[in-house]
Design a binder for this molecule. Sequence first.
Ligand code: FES
Length: 187
Amino acid sequence: MADHSSTAPGTAHSADHGHDDGRRDFLLLSTLAVGAVGAGLAAWPFIDTMNPSKDVLALATTEVDLSPISEGQSITVIWRGKPVFVRRRTKAEITEAKKTLGEKDPEADDKRTKKPEWLVVIGICTHLGCIPLGQKTGDPKGDYNGWFCPCHGSAYDTSGRIRKGPAPTNLAVPPYEFTGDTTIRIG
Ligand code: FES
């Protein structure tokens, strides 16, 4: 099911870090606990919690109705717990995206999109996993008019390609397909 409300990237970014830190602590503690007991049986409850629950499996795919999104607007949907940016690009943004392959992680725009008007990318900075700004009107979009990650200054272009800053690769394109003129299924 689509969540058409925009998330607040600034808030999500700090919450995301907190969550990651928390998860790392939990994994570390769990590993230590299992190691300390040293018995195979003790490991079972922990391993069992690693199996995805039914509601998680149900979210393995996410349907998105694109019809309410107007040109130049973006929405954020959650797919498998990750933010996915869906942007209806303007003609100027498409032209800009097609002018270059990018330098750091060169990739043609038409390899990253199924229809030029729609860009679908995972909204997680490939440097250290912050959620870049640029989804909301008034957000900074960086020097390349796409997304800007204020954590360490990575800038992405209108194709979601990394153009400046420490992030090593482009924003990832999730698996998705058009199931209608204005609907996509992610996953
Ligand atoms: S996490 Fe985005 S620039 Fe560091």
